[in-house]
Write a protein that binds this ligand. Sequence first.
Ligand code: DQA
Length: 144
Amino acid sequence: MKLLVINGPNLNMLGIREPAIYGAENYDTLCRIIYAFAEEHGIDVEIFQSNHEGDLVDEIQQAYGTADGIVINPAAYTHTSVALLDAVKAVGIPTVEVHISDVSRREDFRQISYIRQACLATISGHGLNGYIEAMELLIREAGR
Ligand code: DQA
């Protein structure tokens, strides 16, 4: 099984950006947690981060025929991007949306998620562990 984890803009700044909201752990720690989980469960995982919407679309398209599941934190593009929604719909790969913070308790403009309607589930407010929960969900889903 191969999973693709995609992170949108500013997530490379974890540990530096607004630690009261996103925590003190940096992006390398997030990657290490994801790789360790994948190794433990005998699955392949690729992690991709970009600050550019089109690069995120390209990455989703390239997953077609190669990835069995996508974990995506589109970050700010969650609230603006029809292109990411369309890309996930286009490839038809089971996808889980993750947010480190609990977006439901934040500003009004964060209450809209375009990508949500193409996702199996949304995990929000569970910190970095949300990525692990999303991978567990995709593994369970693949075993059905
Ligand atoms: C985020 C929440 C978004 O609203 C924000 O723009 C981010 C990160 C999260 O992980 O909590 O950059 O997706």
